[in-house]
Design a protein around this ligand. Sequence first.
Ligand SMILES: O=P(O)(O)OC[C@H]1O[C@H](OP(=O)(O)OP(=O)(O)O)[C@H](O)[C@@H]1O
Ligand SMILES: O=c1[nH]c(=O)c2nc[nH]c2[nH]1
Ligand SMILES: [Mg+2]
Length: 158
Amino acid sequence: MSPSDIPAKTFPVSWWELHRDARALAWRLMGNGPYEGIVAITRGGMVPAAIVARELEIRLIDTICIASYDETVQGELVVLKDVQGDGTGWLIIDDLVDTGKTARAVRERLPNAHFATIYAKPEGRPLVDSFITEVSQDTWILFPWDTDMQAVPPLARR
Ligand SMILES: O=P(O)(O)OC[C@H]1O[C@H](OP(=O)(O)OP(=O)(O)O)[C@H](O)[C@@H]1O
Ligand SMILES: O=c1[nH]c(=O)c2nc[nH]c2[nH]1
Ligand SMILES: [Mg+2]
């Protein structure tokens, strides 16, 4: 991803913050369980799902494999691997909900599951049952797996 592709407003998340926020999500989800298992929405949902699974002692993990963004531009949603059942007793985990397109597609497949993300933007927020932090629609969340430490110019010169 070149720097010019990234929206001006960003919300960088460190590994430590991601871990803390995923744990906070696990706390929030404690009251709703027990869950039979977790469906992680790849790829972004996999790290949060691993952390939540550890905290809630869930060992049954499935994936629904979906791609829609090419860097920061959303295209056609492609389901590369689907899941069985209607989601009863299951927890769906993704890193974030933005426009809600991904969440809508997964909810259609698993209407009875509990849908949880760490981060939510206003457009997608009504589609999630649980989340931790809301950021504005024009903010791009920078996850630790997509970023590296580097020098940046002062805000006034960007
Ligand atoms: O609410 P939406 O507008 O649908 O966007 C949210 C989805 O976009 C990202 O996934 P992406 O398709 O980029 O794939 P990735 O998880 O492999 O990065 C993110 O992980 C969510 O799954
Ligand atoms: O890394 C990401 N940050 C975001 O804000 C976002 N929205 C959709 N997909 C996203 N991926
Ligand atoms: Mg994703």
